[in-house]
Design a protein around this ligand. Structure first.
Ligand code: THU
Length: 162
């Protein structure tokens, strides 16, 4: 028997002022996108902004549905939009933020498992890591250099070939 440990690396910033100009802009686009979310059931508004290697930004926000599971998270709306519009362009960075109508979100957003899996597909597809920048409405910013850091032991395509 072996008891093993897994470590992940991430960075925390006190606030936006520690981001570079490009990343500040991306986070602000994610915030703008969260204002456009359709979230009448949860009143929890999430926005994602994706910076592609060609300099274009693609945004998305959560789209809810009266049949709850038919809705989709902001991250998947954004990454599927990027993947369908610019299939051959690498994704550099994704910034994600959120706000709620009922409380102040002062912790970095933590993407759901399904979105982590969906985003990781694009790292594998393009053989290129995606930087991820997470913030709530205010407060600390959490940064990972790769989606893989958010999803240890992820399901990968090789498993399908066995
Ligand atoms: N949501 C996202 O858009 N991204 C996440 O990472 C977590 C949750 C959305 C889904 C739903 O519309 C609302 O937030 C509450 O769960």
């Amino acid at each position: 028997m072996q008891n093993l440990e897994l470590k992940i690396a991430y960075t925390e910033l006190e606030n936006e002022s520690e981001l570079n100009t490009e990343e500040k802009k991306l986070l602000s686009k994610a915030r703008e996108s969260s204002d456009l979310a359709y979230a009448p059931y949860s009143n929890f508004f999430v926005g994602a902004a994706i910076l592609l290697e060609n300099g274009i930004t693609v945004c998305g926000n959560n789209q809810e549905n009266a049949a709850f599971p038919s809705g989709l998270c902001a991250e998947r709306v954004a990454i599927f939009s990027a993947g369908s519009t610019y299939p051959n362009v690498k994704i550099k960075t994704i910034a994600i933020t959120c706000k709620s109508e009922s409380f102040k979100v002062n912790q970095p957003l933590s993407p759901c498992g399904a979105c982590r899996q969906a985003m990781s597909e694009y790292e594998i597809r393009h053989k290129s890591n995606i930087r991820i920048i997470l913030q709530g409405e205010t407060g600390k910013i959490r940064i990972m250099n790769s989606i893989a850091d958010l999803l240890p032991f992820m399901f990968v395509a090789e498993e399908l070939k066995k």
